[in-house]
Design a protein around this ligand. Structure first.
Ligand code: MG
Ligand code: MG
Length: 256
């Protein structure tokens, strides 16, 4: 069931989103060769707590796995999502790192991911990042009343495929509100024979998050039970904003 939010509920989601955006601003400044992903995680947690919020990811349960042990997901190069921060993992020049952050403020969740270059990255990685971010904005542009949910997935695919990259299918965006993962699932592609899904309405709040691979769309999970990597070891990028649908253009919630 898709839960529509009132204006006052969206105001709280906006506050949660702003806290997440503040974390991203700090991550952008900190990311450089030699920084560990544990240092990034500690900074993120400190900002979230100082803002009166709770790190949504910390202790997040998943059936058959240990609870997630950190406040951010830090996923480097061929790691796609759900990378676990570590004191043993240093950023290297030329890496790309996806930071995914969630903050719960007065019971409402903000969720946003961004992929950052570490120093100078090669041209192929630059194109991968640009294509993935572009597909996020293409999907957000379709998020308006009258369109269908599947129009978001179509927008991602139509942006990514001509650029020679592959949209991940096994992980999707989602509704966001009092829980991080609410209905509906927000696909980043159009499955064969798919229905249009529900019509979009003002008051829907969605986390749109295309994940795009340089090679195959297929993925696998590492032995730690969390880290998702590309099946062929090529690089992957991930961009996510939480948004609120209005009568016109969607409002991006995870911004300053
Ligand atoms: Mg996220
Ligand atoms: Mg999400």
């Amino acid at each position: 069931m898709i839960i529509l939010k009132s204006k006052s509920e969206i105001a709280l989601l906006r506050e949660a989103g702003r806290i997440v955006a503040r974390v991203h601003e700090a991550m952008r400044e900190m990311i450089r060769p030699g920084v560990t992903t544990a240092e990034l995680d500690a900074k993120a947690e400190a900002i979230i707590r100082a803002s009166g919020a709770i790190p949504t990811f910390l202790g997040y349960p998943h059936s058959g796995r240990n609870d997630f042990p950190a406040s951010i997901c830090a996923s480097i190069n061929e790691e796609l999502v759900h990378g676990i921060p570590s004191k043993q993992r240093w950023l290297e020049p030329g890496d790309i790192i996806s930071i995914d952050v969630g903050a719960t403020y007065q019971g409402w969740v903000g969720d946003s991911a961004w992929t950052y270059p570490v120093g100078t990255i090669d041209a192929a990685s630059q194109q991968l990042l640009a294509a993935t971010e572009g597909s996020l904005w293409a999907a957000i542009a379709q998020a308006r009343p009258g369109n269908y949910l599947i129009d978001l997935g179509r927008a991602v695919e139509e942006h990514v495929n001509p650029r020679g990259f592959a949209v991940v299918r096994e992980y999707t965006g989602h509704g966001v509100g009092r829980r991080m993962h609410e209905d509906p699932q927000v696909l980043n592609y159009v499955p064969q024979g798919a229905s249009n899904g529900p019509r979009l309405k003002a008051g829907m709040t969605l986390a749109i998050e295309p994940m795009v691979n340089a090679g195959t769309w297929r993925t696998k999970v590492l032995a730690d039970g969390w880290t998702v990597v590309t099946a062929d070891g090529k690089r992957s990028a991930h961009f996510e904003h939480s948004i609120a649908l209005t009568e016109g253009e969607a409002e991006v919630l995870t911004v300053l």
